[in-house]
Design a protein around this ligand. Structure first.
Ligand SMILES: [Zn+2]
Length: 144
């Protein structure tokens, strides 16, 4: 079934941290006016910046949110999860494609959910844990 395209002003997004509504703002609202990417938009929690720091990017064409709003802690965890996975690639343990399939199986995720940018704290932490485990296993093997 094809979804009808929603008008951005009709899209209602609630902040999962504080329950306030999130509104569509130009990315410069968060990143500052020297942000050159004038086409991008974010859903920013109404509590931003004093009471809440949650936001999420919007898709360029549809202006639909790319996922749930994320706060600073979650954004940081996603960066760490990416880094842990990248370490495996940089060390040459896996190709990017096989690493994503491996991780997807390890975390029991469906292919469509296999996006670190959408991971919850739990999945970020699991990613970091299994990547570190594998890196350690390789290092022990090298040392033996
Ligand atoms: Zn909030």
């Amino acid at each position: 079934m094809k979804k009808k395209r929603q008008k951005p002003e009709n899209i209602r997004v609630r902040c999962p941290y504080c329950g306030r509504m999130a509104r569509l703002h130009p990315a410069s609202y968060v990143y500052g006016s020297d942000n050159l990417d004038s086409e991008s938009y974010l859903y920013v929690c109404d509590g931003y910046p004093d009471n809440c720091d949650a936001y999420v990017g919007a898709h360029k064409k549809s202006l639909l949110p790319k996922g749930e709003l994320a706060d600073g802690q979650l954004r940081n965890k996603r960066i760490l999860a990416h880094r842990a996975l990248n370490t495996l690639l940089e060390e040459g343990y896996m190709t990017k494609k096989s690493a994503y399939i491996w991780l997807q199986n390890k975390l029991c995720l469906r292919e469509k959910d296999m996006h670190i940018a959408k991971f919850s704290l739990y999945y970020c932490e699991e990613t970091i844990r299994v990547c570190n485990e594998l890196a350690e296993w390789h290092q022990k093997r090298k040392g033996a």
